[in-house]
Design a protein around this ligand. Structure first.
Ligand code: NDP
Length: 251
C-alpha cells in the first residue's frame, strides 16, 4: 500500500517503536500521512521507526508516553498540539499481555499493571486526544484489542478481561463520538512480534500456529486493515469489531 491515500492526515499511533504499532505507523507514512508515535522504554527503536517514516517524505515524530500514566498523556497532548495543531487519526495500540498464570496466582499488582496499560491507556489517550481532532473532518479512532477477548485463554484472565473492556469502550465511544469521530476495534489473532516470539514459550508459539490458516499472522495483515479504517474508504465503519485472525477464533 502506498501513494496518497492518507495525504494530509495527521495520525497518532501509541506503542509504535516495535511490532504491530510500528507497522501501522509505517503504513500510514507510506500512504502519505504525517505520523507521531509513542513508546515507553525503547527510544532507539522509536527513532528507527521515525527514520523509516521520514523516507516517505512525511513529517514523523516520537514521544515517550507510558500508556496509563495521566501526566505523560497530558504532556503528549501538549506536544501533539505543538507539532500537528489538530489530528485526524488515533490508534490505541500500546499494550502488554502479562505473565501467564492461573487465576489463583495472578497477583493484584500484575492485574493492575495490565489494566493500567491496556485499559487505562486507551481511556487516557482518548480522553486527552479527542479534543485535538480536527472539527471540520471525519476523525478515526482505532482500538487494538485481541481475538482472545472473544475466544478467551486459560491463564490469561487479566489480558482477556482488559481487551474485553477495550471492545466495550469502542462501542460506547462509537455511539458517543459519531458522526464526527468513527471508533472501531481491530482485534488481531496471533501475530509475529516480540509479544509472541520473545515473551512466550516456543511450545506456545507452535500451538498458536494450529489454526485454519496454519501460520502466525504478519504485522502487515493488521496494518492493512488500519489503513482502510483510517482512509476515506473506512467512513461507513462505526463501532465495528474487525478481527484478522487466520480463523483462530473458531478454534
Ligand atoms: P510488542 O510487545 O511487540 O510491542 C509493544 C509496543 O507497545 C512497543 O512499541 C512498546 O514500546 C509499546 N508499549 C508497551 N508498553 C507500553 C506502555 N506502558 N506505554 C507505551 N507504550 C508501550 O507488541 P505487539 O506489537 O505484538 O502488540 C501491539 C498491540 O497488539 C497490543 O495492544 C497487543 O495486545 C495487541 N495484540 C497483539 C497480538 C500479537 O499476537 N502480537 C495479538 C492480539 C493483539 P517499547 O518498545 O518502548 O517497549
Amino acid at each position: 500500500m502506498k501513494g496518497d491515500l492518507l495525504k494530509g492526515s495527521r495520525c497518532v499511533v501509541t506503542g509504535a517503536s516495535r511490532g504491530i504499532g510500528k507497522a501501522i505507523a509505517e503504513a500510514f507514512a507510506k500512504c502519505g500521512a504525517d505520523v507521531l508515535i509513542t513508546y515507553v522504554s525503547n527510544k532507539a527503536k522509536a527513532d528507527e521507526t521515525v527514520a523509516e517514516m521520514e523516507k516517505y517524505g512525511v513529517n514523523a515524530y516520537s514521544f515517550r508516553c507510558d500508556a496509563g500514566n495521566e501526566e505523560d498523556t497530558k504532556k503528549l497532548a501538549g506536544y501533539i498540539k505543538e507539532v500537528f495543531g489538530s489530528i485526524d487519526v488515533l490508534v490505541n495500540n500500546a499494550g502488554a499481555i502479562g505473565e501467564e498464570a492461573p487465576i489463583t496466582q495472578i497477583t493484584s499488582d500484575e492485574w493492575d499493571r495490565i489494566m493500567r496499560v491496556d485499559v487505562k491507556g486507551v481511556f487516557l489517550a482518548t480522553k486527552y486526544l479527542v479534543p485535538l481532532f480536527d472539527k471540520d473532518r471525519t476523525g478515526k479512532i482505532i482500538n487494538i484489542s485481541s481475538e482472545l477477548s472473544v475466544k478467551g485463554r486459560a491463564n490469561y484472565t487479566h489480558y482477556t478481561a482488559a481487551k474485553g473492556a477495550v471492545n466495550a469502550m469502542t462501542r460506547s465511544l462509537a455511539l458517543e463520538l459519531a458522526p464526527h469521530i468513527l471508533v472501531n476495534t481491530v482485534a488481531p489473532g496471533p501475530i509475529e512480534t516480540d509479544m509472541i516470539l520473545q515473551d512466550m514459550s516456543s511450545e506456545w508459539v507452535e500451538k498458536e500456529k494450529n489454526i485454519p490458516l496454519g501460520r502466525l499472522g504478519s504485522v502487515t495483515d493488521i496494518s492493512a486493515v488500519t489503513v482502510l479504517l483510517a482512509s476515506k474508504y473506512g467512513e461507513f465503519y462505526c463501532g465495528q469489531f474487525i478481527s484478522p485472525n487466520g480463523g483462530a477464533v473458531f478454534i
